[in-house]
Design a protein around this ligand. Structure first.
Ligand SMILES: [Zn+2]
Length: 404
């Protein structure tokens, strides 16, 4: 080999060695960190007939992004497992149905933990996460997405607190009795929080529950920042200055949130990250499938199979457009540069529509750590981002409740 060639080859070898050890070091950092996601919509999957959280699933085969094998692979220690209720009409009958449905979803979460006591453990206080991970288990905090099932009886929040709820998302995609949504096509009805919504925020503070303004109208977020005795979280949101969408939040409001001690957890739902061209008629086909099969909670095994087959067929005929990992990171890096690593975390909306090309499920989470380290963020920053910030907010909620 020519001397010059050897020199070049040696150079390449040392570069690849450095890169190799850098990758290993990155992986080491990620595995060392306490890694929590603030918004896991997985409980809905748990109610799906035949779904086993201990088995490896596949995004394409059954639209699932979270299970134990993939949590292990992606170094995801746990997070906030969501009791989600879709919005219905504002009537006493509908509230009662929603309340039952939400309580049953809470039972589902507890059942997952009870059936798998060596793998999962319920978490309540801010310092439980560390303790559970030290035992080699996954952390199960619980949260509510959409306070609708609380109906008109605010005292029900105490029942949910006793259940273990430690984060409360006020509203979902349309207005409810407590607040205006960011995406209700009919516009606002309350000008932000309703009187009951204000009472609900105060009650959450009194109990020690972190209040969550994801999905809420900007006016709601602003009023919650003013009203809440403890910092507000956006459990799964994005940056409006990167992509204009009602589910994203402006720099101005993010600065207000951070100034009040609050935190935004970055979402990975494609259509919030950038403009995606939905194939003509896909939404209508999706709606048809949902109407044909009804709520997944009522499926038997045969219906579940038929439903998945219909979804796979739709995906084959009209693939849903996807955003890329780089689009997700664009929101992430913009927000970090704006408000700093003490106010940003991850709530990627797994099993709720989250996932991008290059990070389809939780097994790819080390990519985030790798990317942020390469951007110059330190291991301490990463520690805040992956769990320190959300747990700081939980501690603030606990401390306030202890003193009041
Ligand atoms: Zn959501």
């Amino acid at each position: 080999m020519h001397q010059f060639d050897r020199h070049i080859a040696g150079l390449f070898l040392s570069i690849s060695l450095i890169c190799g050890s850098a990758a290993a070091a990155t992986e080491g950092v990620h595995q060392r960190l306490l890694v929590l996601d603030a918004h896991l919509d997985t409980p809905e999957k748990l109610d799906f007939p035949g779904f086993d959280i201990l088995e490896r699933h596949d995004k394409l085969a059954d639209m699932s992004s979270v299970d134990l094998p993939r949590m292990e692979e992606g170094g995801l220690d746990g997070g906030f497992w969501v009791i989600f209720t879709s919005q219905g009409e504002l009537s006493e009958d509908a509230y009662a149905r929603a309340r039952t449905s939400a309580l049953l979803r809470g039972v589902t979460i507890r059942e997952m933990v009870a059936r798998n006591p060596d793998q999962f453990e319920l978490a309540f206080d801010h310092d439980d996460a560390e303790m559970i991970v030290a035992k080699g288990k996954r952390v199960v905090y619980q949260s509510i997405e959409n306070a609708y099932p609380i109906g008109t009886d605010i005292s029900l929040l105490q029942t949910f607190y006793a259940f273990g709820i430690r984060m409360l998302g006020i509203v979902h995609t349309t207005n409810n009795q407590f607040a205006d949504s960011s995406t209700d096509k009919s516009g606002q009805i309350w000008g932000g929080l309703s009187p009951a919504g204000r009472e609900l925020v105060r009650e959450a503070n009194r109990l020690g529950i972190v209040v969550d303004a994801s999905h809420a109208h900007d006016d709601v977020l602003e009023q919650m920042i003013e009203l809440s005795a403890t910092p507000v979280i956006l459990s799964h949101s994005g940056a409006n200055d990167v992509h204009v969408h009602p589910r994203n939040v402006s720099d101005e409001l993010l600065l207000k949130l951070a100034a009040s001690g609050g935190v935004i957890q970055m979402n990975s739902l494609g259509s919030y990250l950038k403009e995606l061209d939905m194939p003509e008629g896909r939404r209508a086909r999706m709606l048809e499938i949902r109407q044909q099969f009804g709520p997944s909670r009522d499926f038997d095994e045969a219906t579940a199979k038929a439903y998945l087959e219909a979804r796979r067929q739709l995906a084959a005929e009209m693939p849903a457009p996807m955003a890329d990992f780089e689009d997700f990171m664009r929101h992430f890096l913009h927000t970090l540069a704006l408000i700093g690593p003490k106010h940003v975390g991850v709530g990627a909306d797994w099993d709720g529509g989250g996932g991008v090309r290059g990070m389809e499920d939780v097994s790819s989470l080390p990519r985030i750590t790798e990317h942020l380290l390469a951007e110059g963020y330190s291991e301490d920053d990463l520690s805040d981002i992956w769990s320190g910030n959300v747990l700081r907010l939980l501690k603030a909620a606990e401390d306030y409740a202890d003193q009041h």
